[in-house]
Design a protein around this ligand. Structure first.
Ligand code: IPM
Ligand code: MG
Length: 355
């Protein structure tokens, strides 16, 4: 098992440090594996002048899986994603054809009270957002900022999907739905956007191969509303890149904290990139307060999805369950009855809880 480890920026270093600690403890000497560290984002810019150096691409290409912390710097919003730290992650997704991003949303039983939604709305919630991550509005051409004849500037991005791109992400959604409760919701904006008319059409065509999966379609605005009103109606949601970015953050808050959410981004086969959904959180970086659970659960997803180590994945997930049941809390999930701990203490506790 060759695992690329890219801590990246902000809290990336701290949370990946804990994930690696847990990974080492879980795999021990029973497995042969190699961790290869690489630089990405601002960390790579500082060391070698570019956010996605050739060396990092090579490590990623040679690895069976990539464990990533976070990628991006404050100020990225003022520059093109072609050169920004944030853009490195997008380029990596594109380069490795990482098109299927899985974001499971499953509030922990001990944290139901940490959600801003009523307990009965989120208790036993279990859904997965399957987000397309290699095309759509993030990558469509033309894009850029140009100057109009009158002298004012105009910004352009393009939402485009080919049939094959929709087909493969639809398949990812159907395959997952088939293994879960057999319910798939495709989220689009077919009432306004031609790209989404095509999306809906292709998803409907693919559905003929999955008679055991009940497919429904929802416009993205209604999907956002329903996600807040009655999230338990959903099982698997499959959607466009930007829609999935927004919906998955919204869905994350159903669990009480985005600090709890892992993700997997797969290409064909078993290769994938595993990262917490939360990003770099520069405001709390370097203070040992970040929640490492999303990173730790991302490592568990990696064992399951890239290496087929279902039992080891479950061991890690159960260790996290036990630690949360015991009342340990980082600040983002803190409630008065809990015991406040830092990043490293949380990681140590998960290691100690592995059985
Ligand atoms: C995510 C993040 C990224 C995205 C950023 C950091 C480029 O928000 O993975 O959800 O927009 O895809
Ligand atoms: Mg996001």
């Amino acid at each position: 098992m060759k695992i690329a480890v890219f801590p990246g920026d902000g809290i990336g270093d701290e949370v990946i440090g804990e994930a690696v600690k847990v990974l080492n403890a879980a795999l021990g000497s029973s497995y042969e594996y190699e961790l290869v560290k690489g630089l990405i984002g601002g960390a790579a810019m500082a060391a070698c002048g570019e956010a996605l150096p050739a060396r990092t691409i090579a490590i990623a290409e040679e690895a069976d899986a990539i464990l990533l912390g976070g990628c991006g710097l404050p100020g990225d919003e003022t520059m093109s994603s072609d050169v920004s730290a944030t853009g490195a992650l997008l380029k990596l997704r594109k380069r490795l054809n990482l098109f299927a991003n899985y974001r499971p949303v499953k509030p922990h039983r001990a944290l139901i009270g940490a959600s801003t939604l009523k307990p009965e709305i989120v208790r036993d919630l279990d859904l997965v957002v399957v987000r397309e991550t290699s095309s759509g509005l993030y990558f469509g051409l033309p894009r850029g900022i140009s100057t109009l004849p009158g002298g004012e500037r105009a910004g352009t991005n393009t939402l485009t999907y080919s049939e094959s791109e929709v087909e493969r992400i639809a398949r990812a959604g159907f395959e997952l739905a088939r293994r879960r409760t057999g319910k798939l919701t495709s989220v689009d904006k077919a009432n306004v956007l031609e790209s989404m008319v095509l999306w809906r059409d292709v998803v409907s065509q693919v559905s003929r191969e999955y008679p055991d999966v009940a497919l429904s379609h929802l416009y993205v605005d209604a999907a956002a509303m329903e996600l807040m009103r009655d999230p338990k109606q959903f099982d698997v949601m499959v959607t466009e890149n930007l829609f999935g970015d927004i919906l998955s953050d919204a869905a994350a808050m159903l669990t009480g904290s985005i600090g709890m959410l892992p993700s997997a981004t797969m290409t064909y086969g078993r290769k994938g990139l595993f990262e917490p959904v939360h990003g770099t959180a520069p405001d709390i970086a370097g203070r040992n307060v970040a929640n490492p659970i999303a990173a730790i659960l991302s490592a568990a997803m990696m064992l399951r999805m890239s290496f087929g180590l279902e039992e080891e994945a479950i061991r890690i997930e159960q260790a996290v369950d036990r630690v949360l049941d015991s009342g340990l809390r980082t600040q983002d999930i803190f409630t008065p009855e809990g015991e406040l701990v830092g990043t490293t203490q949380m990681g140590d506790a998960v290691v100690a809880a592995l059985v």
